[in-house]
Ligand binder design. Structure first.
Ligand code: URP
Ligand code: ZN
Ligand code: ZN
Length: 459
């Protein structure tokens, strides 16, 4: 397929220019003015539209098992939701059980992703660490295309890793040329508060927010930054959500430490008051960790994105059906954690970021694709509209409005945490690997049309 996009404005993270874009066999072959259309199968008029790199969502959980349930969005539906929202690549997570072979778990996740409708790559979670784990991390890096490993400071019963093991894992990952990423919340504070709240008879989902205060995140963030410093390892904080955690990140960055931070689209627009809805079913829909925060923290996150202290934005798309959530209606600690967002992330960033003049159009591109591509070492293959890059492109309308609703979204759940919100700025067309997959508000894509994207370690 050979496409020519004409009359648009190309926006990359470093510049904006009036230019045409030529696509051939899945690659961008030229960007410039007056490009020739003689061999084109299709000429697309992008008048009034921005031509931007396909979004990269560096944090999703598609078809993720949790005990006997799993997230509702799989790689097929979740991929379609991503494409409708302008995201063409996701970096999902392989979560091995404690003691399970990392290679075996990786193969399991690759099988789950066989029907993927968008491009995908995998971080691998370090749930146990010894010589065998270290060897499997090496194999994953050298032969499976993994260059990032995730760690949890919480969820003690399942995937939490002790600080001494984390230090060893950070050191090993650094030697492999890989990036260590962390979900940072203080597990002791959370467990203590959960038990205290339940003992007081607080079983309503609001207990989720009350038991995971910003201080729990700020403390754990400072702690893992210290561990990374001792390990001389680069560090990436997933879903940073509060001012105290951001202060710790900025202090480390100013001190010369390589620390990156990600914020979630949900944390940028939703308020902690959602947990205090009287109706338990409604309040339970918002349970995710860290919880949604107050205005003060949202403002800090936006300032972090604008200043560059926070480099990436993600969805942490992790959808559970209402009936799965209802298992914790009378004990908030039993509600499975996670929110949707894969379809909404870029609209939120544009509407609340560019629309509110918090960030420029170029910063929008940096925060939705380019920075993730650079940090996870797939730039300029991804994250750029440039000759030689993969033809993952979005024709973005800065004026199209979209009202979010569970009735129209592509997620496999029957509620939306963004229900009723209207965002201005939305994809007009999405191109995946050189083919048009979203136009006229319809996603047309085949199962398996998404490619696995291996990522090389850093030198
Ligand atoms: O609540 C969340 N974020 N669920 C997904 C798993 C994780 O912690 O990232
Ligand atoms: Zn997390
Ligand atoms: Zn997550």
């Amino acid at each position: 397929m050979n496409l020519l996009i004409r009359n648009g404005t190309v926006v990359n993270a470093d510049r904006t220019e009036k230019a045409d874009v030529l696509i051939d066999k899945g690659k961008i072959t030229a960007v410039g003015t007056g490009l020739n259309s003689s061999n084109s199968d299709r000429i697309i008029d992008a008048d009034g539209l921005l031509i931007i790199p396909g979004g990269i969502d560096p944090h999703t959980h598609l078809e993720m098992p949790v005990g006997e349930i799993h997230t509702a969005d799989g790689f097929y539906d979740g991929g379609k939701a991503a494409l409708a929202g302008g995201t063409t690549t996701v970096i999902d997570f392989v979560n091995p059980l404690r003691g399970q072979s990392y290679l075996e778990a990786f193969d399991e996740w690759m099988r789950r992703a066989e029907k993927a409708t968008c491009n995908y790559s995998f971080h691998v979670t370090v749930t146990w660490f010894d010589r065998q784990a270290a060897e499997e991390m090496r194999i994953l890096t050298e032969s499976y295309g993994v260059n990032s490993f995730k760690h949890f400071t919480t969820y003690r019963d399942t995937i939490m890793l002790a600080p001494d093991k984390m230090l060893q894992s950070f050191t090993h990952a650094r030697k492999l040329g890989c990036l260590s990423t962390v979900h940072a919340e203080n597990d002791e504070i959370i467990t203590y508060l959960q038990q205290k709240l339940l003992a007081q008879g607080i079983t309503h989902p609001k207990g989720h927010a009350l038991s995971r205060p910003p201080l729990a995140e700020a403390e754990a963030t400072s702690r893992v930054i210290a561990l990374a410093r001792i390990a001389r390892a680069p560090l990436y904080l997933v879903h940073l959500s509060c001012a105290g955690a951001l202060d710790a990140v900025v202090a480390a960055q100013l001190d010369g430490q390589k620390v990156y931070a990600e914020s979630l689209c949900g944390h940028l627009v939703l308020d902690e008051s959602v947990y205090f809805a009287e109706d338990r079913e409604t309040a339970a829909q918002y349970v995710m960790s860290p919880p949604y925060r107050t205005e003060k923290h949202r403002q800090a996150l936006w300032n972090g994105i604008a200043s560059g202290a926070i480099q990436t934005t993600a969805s942490d798309n992790c959808t559970f059906t209402q009936s799965n959530r209802n298992r914790g209606l009378h004990d908030f600690t039993k509600i499975p954690n996670g929110s949707p967002g894969i379809e909404d992330r870029m609209r939120i960033l544009w509407d609340q970021g560019v629309g509110q003049k918090r960030i420029t159009e170029e910063q929008f591109v940096a925060a939705t694709s380019t920075n993730a591509a650079k940090i996870f070492n797939i730039y300029p293959q991804k994250g750029a509209v440039a000759p030689g890059s993969d033809a993952d492109i979005v024709l973005w309308s800065p004026t199209k409005t979209h009202k979010t609703s569970a009735r129209t979204h592509r997620h496999a759940i029957d509620y939306s945490v963004f229900e009723g919100m209207t965002f201005t700025g939305s994809p007009h067309m999405t191109i995946l690997n050189g083919g048009v997959v979203f136009e006229n508000d319809r996603v047309e894509v085949q199962p398996g049309q998404g490619n696995y994207i291996p990522r090389r370690p850093s030198a």
